[in-house]
Design a protein around this ligand. Structure first.
Ligand code: NAI
Ligand code: 13P
Length: 326
């Protein structure tokens, strides 16, 4: 049986660690904040990022990456923009890295699997992604994810060891598709939040999910993803989840924008991450380079940059030339 360590003590790292520890397995969680380490070890709760959810006593936390040396495989759950710097402090020693963050690196436009491969050349990579609000997984509610690895025997082994009665991984060899789904859906969740905040109605939201999925698919195919991965848990599944609920930080950010507040104000002082705000300009730049049309992502980029207001971007989206749906 694989022993797991988890790197990143935010809501999702803590929830994954709890899910793995839920049947009594020992799991070690690395957290950056000493407050998180203390509250997990002393009170079996992450009071900073996952307040109110009781954690298993077999889940222990540390602020020393070296303590993870005893683990067979590591789940990496940092915010996307910090993955490189955190991984640089790790002695991976060829152990598998299971990447659970959703985004692209701003300064390089790389996917997380490329970042991890640059830092730890000898470690095989898997990606875990899907519709999974942290608080629900931590509470033991049912969830399913895509677990993608180009190393198929490794993927099968990890899937077997990660699966729990209420947590079901589906195997894939399409790492790029799993990553693109998670990165792009965050941007589209901001757009759906805008629709909600501006009171544009449920028809508009359904249209946006559908046309947003078309953008995700165009972008993904251009990057080498498989269409069925994008139509699966890591793409459409996660898009539907985060476009429907204020439990999504990205949706909530968009709702604030739709209500007329500025991105600067909404992003100031938050200690939780809304990855779509970082991914939007990166996805857009990569799409433009590949000549992939992504008007909804572009509109989100303009709202975040403060160069246009909601009324203007909605008017422009609706005024685009009529075209075939395909
Ligand atoms: N929360 C959720 O429901 C889910 C989150 N994810 C993904 O997991 C990743 C982590 O998100 P959460 O755990 O939700 O984070 P969070 O928003 O709960 O917590 C913020 C995290 O950022 C870390 N952080 C802040 N500044 C940092 C720095 N300078 N260097 C390194 N780390 C820093 C904090 O230590 C903390 O772990 C994101 O990519 C997110 O998209 C994926 C699925 C579900
Ligand atoms: O990725 C998530 C659920 O699958 C969490 O979404 P938010 O980061 O928007 O909260």
């Amino acid at each position: 049986m694989t022993s797991f360590g988890v790197i990143g003590g935010g809501a999702w790292g803590t929830a994954l660690a709890q899910m793995l520890a839920s049947e009594g397995a020992p799991v070690l969680l690395w957290a950056r904040e000493t407050e998180v380490v203390e509250s997990v070890n002393t009170h079996h709760e992450n009071t900073l990022f996952l307040r109110g959810l009781a954690l298993s006593p077999t889940l222990r936390a540390t602020s020393d990456l070296g303590d993870l040396d005893a683990c067979d495989a590591l789940l990496v759950v940092t915010p996307a923009q910090h993955m490189r710097s955190v991984l640089a402090g790790l002695d991976a020693r060829g152990r598998p890295l299971i990447l659970c963050s959703k985004g692209m690196e701003a300064k390089t436009r790389l996917l997380m699997s490329d970042v991890a491969a640059e830092v730890h050349r000898d470690s095989p990579i898997a990606v875990l992604s899907g519709p999974t609000f942290a608080h629900e997984v931590a509470a033991g509610l049912p969830a399913a994810v895509t677990l993608a690895s180009a190393d198929e025997p490794l993927g099968r082994r990890l899937a077997k060891d990660i699966a729990r009665p209420a947590f079901r991984p589906y195997l894939s060899s399409d790492v790029i598709g799993a990553e693109i789904g998670g990165a792009v859906k965050n941007v589209l969740a901001i757009a759906c939040g805008v629709v909600d905040g501006a009171g544009l109605g449920q028809n508009a939201r359904a249209a946006l999910i559908s046309r947003g999925f078309a953008e995700m698919t165009r972008f993904g195919l251009a990057k080498g993803a498989h269409a069925e991965t994008l139509a699966g848990l890591a793409g459409l599944g996660d898009l539907v989840l985060t476009c429907s609920s204020t439990s999504s930080r990205n949706f909530s950010l968009g709702k604030g924008l739709g209500e007329g507040r500025s991105a600067k104000e909404l992003l100031a002082d938050r200690n939780t991450v809304a990855e779509g705000a970082h991914s939007a300009p990166v996805v857009l730049a990569a799409a433009r380079e590949m000549r992939v049309d992504m008007p909804i992502v572009a509109a989100v980029g303009e709202l975040l940059a403060g160069t246009r207001d909601v009324r203007e971007v909605v008017r422009d989206l609706l005024a685009r030339p009529l075209k075939s749906e395909r």
